[in-house]
Design a protein around this ligand. Structure first.
Ligand code: SF4
Length: 440
């Protein structure tokens, strides 16, 4: 979501002040740090980066330094006290006011801080998206969260749940498809809690939004992230069965396999309820891959709780997932719990968990060797620009040699080798069923 927000900040400042991105901070008139507070030590990283930028401000006091995102939201006025050379501080919900803040800062010659949560106006005030190179795009459809898991900063930094009206989203996606985008990822902190105005009567859920987006001609893949298990209802499960362009991959964070820890996390679901949803999903779309987020070493997690997480991983056979050691985030209820799990125990549990998840992910990758996979060619490979890189339906990177001019197209690629984090493929084998589509 921060990537989306950063793009939108660039769009805003391009349309309001004609600013364009530069590679070198020395050449920037405005330096913006868009921050994320989800990981440990995020604040420290922000202040370290600001320390690097301080000499640039001293060299040229007219240069503007801005800090946005969740750390700004969390730190508030403290940020200005610790780094008084910062000119603009804004939260994720006020990024649309950036041009006005910049004008006010220049006119009044004093810093501006805006950490409001005016959720209704943000998306109305963002400019149309300019053409971008690339066949994939993020589209934020929902922001904020009402779940208040005890470890999470999101409800405190992004605010309560808000869903964009469907007509606005459909317009944005149509525009992106006209620009050559063939795959969109719908974003929201709690995306499957989406309930947006339909533009006709009342509100619609994520399943209705997906149905409407799937009718856009030229759109070939839809993903959405991140979901809460409680909002995965039967209608959304049916959408996975009925909408062919909805990819067979779902990121559905469970966090722990122990009901006791899930209660302490205030996740409001049990392991059995989670498994029931996975079962229904697999009935609806047998080839679907499930990934998750896990936290190990949550306060009070015993060896028994951790063993329950390992059991759950084996039952579900998760594909590539994210796992972290618990660390307390400022202003969250879990900070009041005693962080009882020693660091070395957290390290061990994390290593054990990651090894198990990696082994399942590797099995999935190896099962693809010798098959043809539908691959969206996203551009030249970073490691070897003479090669192409693309993504399978389950979002595995595939690198392969191929003819010029296929970026943005979907091809059937023969998979030859499963590497730890990617696949090697072959373009143009004689019996390969070619399924070229998309736009050059
Ligand atoms: S549902 Fe997700 S975003 Fe909401 S509080 Fe829980 S972890 Fe955070």
């Amino acid at each position: 979501m921060n990537e989306y927000d950063s793009e939108r900040m660039a769009d805003l400042l391009a349309s309001s002040h004609g600013l364009t991105p530069v590679e070198d901070p020395d050449r920037a008139d405005v330096l913006i740090l868009n921050t994320c507070s989800i990981r440990e030590k995020a604040e420290d990283k922000v202040y370290t980066q600001l320390g690097f930028w301080r000499p640039l401000k001293e060299q040229d006091p007219a240069r503007i330094i801005a800090v946005g995102g969740c750390v700004a939201s969390q730190e508030g006025e403290r940020l200005r006290r610790r780094a008084p050379f910062v000119d603009l501080v804004f939260g994720p919900q006020t990024l649309h006011r950036l041009p006005d803040m910049l004008d006010a800062c220049l006119a009044e010659r004093r810093p501006q801080v805006d950490l409001d949560f005016p959720d209704l106006e943000k998306f109305d005030r963002l400019p149309e998206r300019p053409g971008r190179n690339g066949p994939t795009a993020f589209v934020t459809v929902q922001e904020g969260c009402d779940k208040f898991c005890t470890f999470c900063v999101v409800p405190h930094t992004r605010g309560r749940e808000y869903s964009r009206p469907m007509p606005d989203i459909i317009r944005e996606v149509r525009q992106l498809v006209d620009q050559g985008v063939v795959e969109i990822t719908l974003l929201g902190q709690n995306v499957n809690a989406y309930r947006g105005a339909t533009g006709l009567v009342g509100e619609g859920d994520l399943a209705s939004l997906l149905e409407r987006l799937a009718r856009i001609s030229g759109l070939q893949r839809i993903r959405y992230t991140t979901s809460h298990p409680n909002n995965l209802d039967d209608r959304l499960i049916a959408a996975h069965r009925d909408i062919p362009i909805l990819v067979p991959h779902l990121h559905l964070p469970v966090q722990s396999g122990s009901d006791r820890i899930l209660r302490r996390m205030h996740r409001k679901h049990t392991v059995a309820e989670y498994l029931e949803k996975i079962h229904k999903l697999r009935e609806a779309r047998p080839e679907i891959r499930i990934s998750s987020d896990f936290i190990v070493g949550f306060p009070g997690e015993t060896e028994e709780d951790f063993a329950a997480t390992m059991d759950l991983v084996s039952q579900v056979r998760f594909d590539q997932s994210f796992s972290f050691k618990y660390s307390s985030r400022p202003n969250t209820p879990a900070t009041r719990l005693r962080d009882s799990v020693p660091e070395e125990v957290k390290d061990r549990r994390l290593a054990v968990l990651q090894a198990r998840i990696t082994s399942f992910a590797q099995q999935y990758s190896e099962a693809m060797v010798g098959t043809f996979q539908e691959v969206l060619v996203t551009g030249p490979s970073r490691r070897d620009p003479a090669e192409w890189t693309g993504r399978t339906l389950c979002n595995r990177p595939v690198n392969f040699s191929g003819p010029a001019g296929i970026a943005g197209q979907i091809w059937s690629i023969g998979i030859e080798e499963a590497l730890p984090n990617s696949l090697r493929g072959r373009f143009g084998s004689p019996d390969m069923p070619v399924a070229a589509s998309g736009r050059a």
